[in-house]
Design a protein around this ligand. Structure first.
Ligand code: ADP
Ligand code: ASP
Ligand code: MG
Length: 456
């Protein structure tokens, strides 16, 4: 069996879904389990509707929902319109409820956003049926069991793997299995979601649960590229990369893969492929347990904008033990993840990518330290296996970055990344300079040299 996950843009229209059906049809003998995201930008739209409703803009919320309904109706096969209609009626009911309450809980956010994948999976299953291909639709909420951390739920692996192994092989023997990504339910049967971009993670969980031979992530780019194409176009495709490198890139902002995707795959040693649903003939990126030796020390550059840096200074605490603990306890209490940390004798600088609770955090830190918050920072990470053992990488990087102000530097203990914080406005320039430094000559074992020639 293989797992094939198709992202939002790969199922954004009837035409896109027709491409998906053809791609899957060509691989039927591998007994595919198809995991789909919500159609196009549906998740964003649903969250907007919920926000509007809870904020009192009921009519606007319902109008937006009506537009989303029209979009689905225009792209979906006729036999499934009845079911979709019922789902939209239920959504409208929920929005009315939110507008009466005037607030929404993470639990109600999940109930609403889950409709995206509940509906797209029905639509895609119907498209297979229309093409005369045997199909088994399964509600992912019956299979993926999570904890109760709504909007960011974590799978309960033992229970989930048990259910996946019990259900999927039998269904896959009868036809193409289609299920929604992103969604699950708690032990009590309450709908939950795995966090934004979580369909990749669902695919990996499903793959691990059934011991799939391969997990394929079909998206709108040719694979993992040497840089984020939204920041710098013209990056080259990385042909093969290690699990560790891919996880690091995802963690530092390479949106093409959800950061948790790699975990279940590593555990069960299942190769992951990133492929382009618009260009299925391209071989994509293969993520494997051990990367290939490469003449290029860096495999890709990841970046994450909208980072906030927090500088915490305490002269009184000079050399005092327990200072770091006090700082991290504050972040922990407010459930805010810290991405990068650097320390000096009297100060600690760190970055967070969610500033949602920063107000309270700063207040608490100010009880024992001076705090300066710098918004609009970006984190740039150079990622490659064994970076720490290669000589001269940092020298080359900072030489290349001549003229770009670097605020913080960190070389991860994993020896996999060299990362730094710069001003948000410097991202394009920095990535351009670093890309020219590290990717002008390419090792053809690891990078797609042919495409690079065509695209220069
Ligand atoms: P999907 O809907 O298929 O899950 P996403 O939008 O989540 O697709 O992820 C694909 C996008 O990731 C690409 O369109 C690209 O803009 C972005 N991206 C960021 N960094 C990289 C990278 N290093 N390589 C490829 N794509 C990247
Ligand atoms: N539809 C969800 C989102 O937009 C999950 C995903 O597409 O991976 O975040
Ligand atoms: Mg995604």
């Amino acid at each position: 069996m293989i797992v094939m996950k198709f992202g939002g843009s790969s199922v954004e229209s009837a035409a896109a879904i027709a491409r998906v059906v053809s791609i899957v049809e060509a691989r039927l003998e591998r007994r595919p389990v198809v995991v789909v995201s919500a159609m196009g930008k549906t998740t964003n739209r649903l969250l907007e509707c919920a926000g509007l409703a809870a904020g009192g803009a009921r009519a606007e919320a319902l109008a937006k929902l009506a537009a989303l309904r029209e979009f689905h109706f225009a792209e979906a096969p006729a036999p499934v319109l009845g079911q979709l209609g019922a789902h939209f009626d239920e959504l409208a009911e929920m929005l009315r409820g939110l507008s009466v309450l005037g607030e929404m809980t993470p639990r109600s956010v999940d109930a609403i956003s889950a409709f995206g994948e509940r509906m797209s999976s029905l639509v895609v299953a119907a498209a297979f049926r229309e093409r005369g291909i045997a199909v088994e639709h399964v509600d992912a909420r019956e299979l993926i069991v999570t904890d109760g951390r709504h909007t960011q739920a974590a799978p309960l692996y033992a229970e989930t793997y048990e259910r996946l192994a019990a259900r999927l092989p039998g269904l896959a023997a009868r036809g193409v299995v289609v299920m929604g990504g992103f969604i699950g339910s708690t032990k009590d049967g309450v709908t939950s979601t795995l966090g934004r971009g979580g369909s990749d993670f669902s695919a990996a969980i499903a793959g691990a649960g059934i011991g799939a031979e391969e997990i394929q992530i079909w998206t709108d780019v040719d694979g993992m590229l040497t840089c984020d194409p939204r920041v710098l176009p013209g990056g080259r495709r990385v042909r093969v990369i290690s699990f560790a490198e891919a996880a690091e890139l995802a963690y530092f902002g390479a949106k093409v893969l959800h950061p948790s995707t790699v975990l279940p795959a590593v555990e069960k040693q299942i190769p992951v492929l990133i492929l382009n649903s618009r260009r299925p003939e391209v071989e994509g990126t293969r993520i494997v347990a051990r990367g290939v030796e490469s003449a290029n020390p860096i495999k890709s550059i990841a970046c994450n904008r909208g980072i906030t840096a927090v500088n915490i200074k305490s002269t009184r605490m000079l050399m005092a033990h327990g200072f770091l603990r006090r700082i991290f306890e504050v972040f922990d209490r407010h459930e805010t993840a810290v991405d990068m940390v650097t320390t000096s004798e009297v100060s600690v600088s760190l970055t967070v990518d969610s500033a949602a609770r920063l107000g309270r955090i700063v207040e608490e830190l100010q009880a024992f330290a001076e705090v300066v918050v710098e918004t609009d920072r970006a984190l740039v990470a150079l990622v490659g296996d064994g970076l720490g053992e290669r000589k001269g990488i940092a020298g080359r990087a900072f030489q290349a970055l001549n003229g770009v102000n670097v605020w913080m530097i960190s070389q991860g203990a994993s020896q996999l990344n060299l990362s730094f914080v710069i001003a948000g406005g410097d991202v394009e320039k920095a990535v351009g300079l670093l890309h020219a430094e590290f990717f002008t000559e390419l090792d053809p074992k690891v990078f797609d040299v042919a495409v690079s020639e065509a695209s220069v």
